[in-house]
Write a protein that binds this ligand. Structure first.
Ligand code: PLP
Length: 380
């Protein structure tokens, strides 16, 4: 049978490809973004507690009330925004589900969506499946700053949505107050909806956390998406959430109920306990990762990679143009096979990649892992 694929250009994600290559060659895996250290013992104990005390059946479709309330408290504490936990918060199976559901909820065939490249790889397929099309604008090295004039100029009569991500994977940049204000201005002026992917919201360095939550006119037209996988070092739990005004949340929930309906119940209870009893860990996350960033940057001193600044996320970009003329995909594969360190090429996140030789390293790793990787990289 011939299949007429709905996603003819989609292959296996680069994260799976590079992690598989790293495993095959026994390389240190600084490619896919996941920690190689344990989550909090308290969190794991709570998961065990709730699973063994019988909380194993379907949770309410929107998420358990305890967790939605804890999220509303967190949003208020971090950004001063009051949200209604019953009407405006929905738990999802990872941020990936929330992003997918938000797109399906609002995009119709023929609608246009603006993406800023390098864009996380799940965005475009979600839009394509909804029948939408993308305008992909490139953020350019070395600063990867959005050009708001170019963004505004690219808006068409069919443009309905803009998707942004701050702190940004893979460039490790973060929106400034001016960026958020420009986004707010443009979204209001052109009546756009916004999906604000903030999965790394708590991991920002040498600056305050910022979010679409802080800008009322922006928040009023945004799906703000976050992930406990990133915040609590449990990416495999796939627990995320979406905060949106009641009318948008209502549409979001109509889709969510037929995608997953609900998310892993014991994890919801465990994370609710964690937020209530050990909420400080969220506010300490930036320092925790800043130490790891600094450890890696210091260990890389003297290498021929040129590290770019990392203002947030647990990634740092490295320019390898002194080391090779290979394109970044070939270079990452060679680095993994021949030198035992896996990284992620940047070009795969672009529609039209700029001429650059830049790869992404993940520093969500134990210090020894980072030092071992840096020693291998320094030998080049
Ligand atoms: C920018 C961005 N958005 C979304 C996700 C997906 O998050 P989750 O694992 O919670 O689905 C990731 C994970 O790497 C990410 O980097």
């Amino acid at each position: 049978m011939t299949i007429n694929s709905k996603l003819p250009h989609v292959g296996t994600t680069i994260f799976s490809v590079m992690s598989a290559l790293a495993n095959e060659h026994g390389a240190i895996n600084l490619s896919q973004g996941f920690p190689d250290f344990a989550a909090s013992e308290y969190l794991l104990e709570r998961l065990n507690h709730h699973a063994t005390s019988g909380r194993n059946q379907y949770a309410p479709m929107n998420g358990i009330p305890e967790l939605r309330e804890a999220i509303a408290d967190l949003v208020r504490a971090c950004y001063g925004r009051q949200i209604n936990p019953d009407l405006e918060v929905t738990l999802t199976s990872g941020a990936t589900e929330a992003l997918f559901v938000a797109v399906q909820a609002v995009i119709r065939p023929g609608d246009n969506v603006i993406l800023l490249d390098p864009a996380y790889d799940s965005y475009e397929p979600a839009i394509t499946l909804a029948g939408g099309n993308c305008t992909r604008l490139a953020l350019m090295p070395p600063h990867y700053q959005p050009d708001w004039q170019q963004i505004e100029d690219s808006i068409k009569p069919t443009t309905r949505l803009i998707m942004v991500n701050s702190p940004h994977n893979p460039t490790a940049t973060a929106f400034t107050d001016k960026d958020w204000r420009e986004l707010e201005r443009i979204a209001e002026k052109h009546n756009l909806l916004v999906i604000s992917d903030e999965v790394y919201e708590h991991i920002v360095f040498e600056r305050e956390r910022n979010s679409a939550h802080r800008y009322p006119a922006l928040a009023a037209r945004s799906f703000v998406v976050s992930s406990f996988g990133k915040t609590f070092h449990v990416t495999g739990w796939k627990l995320g959430y979406c905060v949106a005004p009641a009318a948008l949340s209502e549409e979001f929930r109509k889709v969510h109920q037929f995608v997953t309906f609900t998310s892993f119940t014991p994890a919801q209870y465990a994370v609710a306990d964690m937020l209530v009893e050990q909420g400080n860990t969220v506010h300490e996350l930036a320092n925790f990762y800043q130490d790891k960033r600094d450890c890696f940057v210091e260990a890389m001193q003297g290498s021929r990679f040129k590290l770019l600044p990392s203002a947030g996320t647990y990634f740092v970009l490295a320019d390898y143009s002194e080391l090779s003329d290979d394109n970044d995909l070939d270079y990452c594969q060679r680095l993994t096979r021949e030198h035992g360190v896996a990284a992620i090429p940047l070009s795969v996140f672009y529609e039209t990649p700029p001429e650059s030789r830049i790869v992404r390293f993940c520093f969500a790793k134990r210090e020894q892992t980072l030092i071992d990787a840096a020693n291998r990289l320094k030998a080049l």
